[in-house]
Design a protein around this ligand. Sequence first.
Ligand code: PLP
Length: 355
Amino acid sequence: MDNYYGPGRNHLFVPGPVNIPEQVLRAMNRNNEDYRSPAIPAMTKVLLEDVKKIFKTITGTPFLIPTTGTGAWESALTNTLSPGDRIVSFLIGQFSLLWIDQMQRLNFNVDVIESDWGAGANLEVLGSKLAADTGHTIKAICIVHNETATGVTNNLAAVRKLLDHYQHPALFLVDGVSSICALDFRMDEWGVDVALTGSQKALSLPTGMGIVCASPKALEASKTSKSVRVFFDWKDYLKFYKMGTFWPYTPSIQLLYGLREALDLLFEEGLDNVIERHSRLAKATRLAVEAWGLKNCTQKEEWFSDTVTALQLLGCLAGVEMILKDVGYPVKLGSGVAAACAFLQNSIPMIPSRI
Ligand code: PLP
């Protein structure tokens, strides 16, 4: 058999799905359970409260939906908007392109602001659109926080500042699929109305859970939005939340136990420490890329992503060097690894020995 995974731990060096920690794998190794028994609602209640912490929200309402990031997009759009609504969205890479395609296929009127791939969202153009929109025809601003395809992180605080500056009531919808839990994300502080992520990214779970969080304003919008929705209707979730049973349909028991463990691991390390770890590894990776004489796809430092380059790092960089050599790039083997090592050695304090 060609191209098979060998025995033992096979590491993944892609920006998601990511490696699943052993503790999470073990926590998921369970039989199915009756989700109508008292245990699962009790567990879900705490999970929903804890999930709010990864969005940094007090006022948001989270939904754990059996879906992927793409389904979470659809949940955000169809619950808050009506067909024909004008959405301003940024096209900066493959995932923003796919989200825009979904918006168009759902019959929204998408006003696209395009940038070169490798650049961030053009906020100057957004500013002029908001300034001109005195009649408030723009119903939502949609943005991918971290464009996984190009390694660009957008400045969400700046988007909120513009909305506030023009006192514009548009909803602010954010794809946080490759950012939430790994990059600084502040739902309440940045006035985000719907934030979403997928389980297989920074939560380090298997694929299959879309995590969507709605602000009170987004929940209000869902009461009048006319988009057709059934499976993704927040109303069904809210009905079951009220009853205390939590699930309108069957959840994956294994994913719930996995989520519990993943959140415990995050809180044990500290969310801010996790973010700092990604930042440090990303910096080391960029130094390696620089030492190889290659250009980062991301055009300016202000947009550098700390997740898309963050890996298990040194072994992967060595592999990249060998591949570069294979394809004829004149790389000096070890040069990038050395640059990353030098940075990491100087930035991580030595653990003192016992004696
Ligand atoms: N948004 C971003 C930023 C992504 O990176 C991805 C997937 O990699 C998606 C959305 C789509 O998520 P999924 O493949 O889980 O549907």
